[in-house]
Design a protein around this ligand. Structure first.
Ligand code: PHE
Length: 455
């Protein structure tokens, strides 16, 4: 294999970059809204099962593919299975990176606008209707959402063009500690509000009767989205890991931290939601309408609001650079284009998707496909279709196509670290995960009423 490849500089850098890729708006924005609209604690339970059963094995498999092949997500399959169609996994990933970036940059752009607005206008005295109207007016506009989105893309471009070590790793090392500090302060604030108990019950006390097939699909999609799986992000990052990196440990750490952050995201949102007697089922707008409304009612409301949106922006940026990197590494390595130019092409591509997604709240609102706006379509297609599909193929590939000796040697660093559950991992990857994901798909297509029958 190509030994001259760029790598991250340190084990801490590897962990923080991977955690930065996984932790993002998926934890603070998407997880609470999914949980809120999918039955609360019942969703959390199904989600944790998905993370353990599907998330961990797929993450280990992606790190394995990346570090073994030392190539981008398309090239990795050309190295490991030359002349076959397996590289379809890579193409699915690069396309998914553009699609996710398309709607993710819009949300990220909104956070910038909210930081600015919260810093410059007083929140006191505003009613719930004011927040809702302001959000409507802002998101359906043209100039502000588009400019903010492009600004965020510009920041990500700058980091990615600076390189794997000097850009991505350095940014993650600076931003992730800031993220954790703000997150913990905000969780303490929310958890100590009166009435927080009800929020905790909503989050942690499952009502099993709520579990159905659509919750299972949503939880599967959320697990893949949150851990950035099924689209080659972790293959690409894994390709920058050094020979000494313990892939199993890194996977477990990333999974634990990511899940913990999602739960903290829930702790940040739900006690506050219940404290102020607001419906937890607000959906996509939960953190953009409901939360500002809540923060406005606290003393020093502007400080809390600015802090909260900085938290979101920081969470977002370490994920957008990962999305950008997937496509950049692909262009750079497969077409032998300079890194600078590759990043530039990706920036142009994601700008087109993002601007269309940004406008789908306003002038393109009526331009729906299958009843979904462009923004909603990108979210649905990636989280619920492309990522689980990619994850399923990755498991089938690693479980059936890869030589067990090679797999074990890579995952144990040539025997220098133990892998106690290697056989279980192989069994899950070969049978359990692909069958489980396949069943969820078939069920969603209405061909297979397994979960409705079971629950
Ligand atoms: N995992 C990121 C989040 O939770 C989103 C993401 C998905 C980033 C896929 C990269 C690739 O916000």
């Amino acid at each position: 294999m190509n030994q001259q490849r760029t790598t991250f500089g340190s084990q801490l850098g590897i962990l923080l970059a991977s955690v930065g890729c996984a932790v993002g708006l998926g934890n603070i924005w998407r997880f609470p809204y999914m949980l809120g609209t999918n039955g609360g604690a019942a969703f959390l339970l199904v989600y944790v099962i998905c993370i353990l059963m599907l998330g961990v094995p797929v993450l280990i498999s992606e790190f394995f593919i990346g570090r073994y092949a030392k190539r981008n997500t398309v090239g990795a399959f050309a190295v490991m299975a030359p002349g076959t169609k397996w590289s379809i996994i890579g193409y699915n990933g690069v396309l998914a990176a553009f699609f996710i970036a398309g709607f993710y940059y819009v949300l990220s752009g909104w956070t910038l606008d909210y930081i600015f607005t919260s810093a410059t206008t007083s929140l006191e005295g505003k009613t719930a209707a004011d927040f809702s109207n302001e959000f409507e007016a802002f998101s359906s506009g043209i100039f502000r959402p588009v400019i903010c989105t492009l600004l965020f893309i510009g920041i990500s471009h700058y980091i990615v063009v600076s390189g794997v070590k000097n850009g991505i790793e350095r940014a993650s090392k600076i931003l992730m500690p800031i993220f954790f500090l703000i997150l913990i302060v905000m969780c303490i604030r929310s958890a100590t509000l009166s009435g927080a108990g009800e929020g905790f019950r909503f989050l942690f006390q499952p009502d099993f009767s709520k579990i159905n097939s659509s919750i299972v699909l949503s939880a599967t999609g959320q697990a893949f989205f949150s851990l950035s799986l099924g689209m080659g992000c972790m293959i690409t990052y894994g390709s920058y890991f050094g020979a000494k990196t313990n892939l199993q440990k890194t996977s477990i750490h990333v999974t634990l931290i990511d899940t913990f952050v999602s739960i903290l995201g829930g702790i940040l949102v739900f006690p506050a939601v219940f404290h102020f007697g607001i419906e937890p089922t607000a959906g996509v707008e939960l953190v953009f309408i409901t939360l500002p409304n809540i923060l406005a009612q606290l003393p020093f409301s502007n400080v809390w609001a600015v802090t909260f949106f900085i938290l979101l922006a920081v969470a977002a940026i370490t994920s957008t650079i990962a999305l950008h990197e997937v496509a950049t590494a692909y262009l750079h390595e497969e077409f032998k284009i300079s890194r600078k130019l590759s990043t530039f092409y990706v920036t142009i591509g994601v700008s087109v998707f993002s601007v269309l997604a940004a406008l789908s709240f306003g002038i393109l609102k009526e331009a729906t496909i299958f009843g979904l706006t462009f923004f909603e379509l990108l979210d649905y297609l990636t989280a619920k279709v492309m990522l689980p599909f990619g994850g399923m193929l990755i498991c089938i590939f690693v479980g059936n196509r890869v030589d067990r000796k090679i797999l074990k040697a890579e995952l144990t660093n040539k025997g220098s670290v133990p892998f106690y559950f290697f056989n279980t991992y192989c069994f899950v990857t070969k049978y359990v995960a692909p069958i489980a994901i396949g069943a969820v798909f078939l069920n969603e297509l209405g061909l297979f009423k397994l979960f409705n029958f079971l629950f």
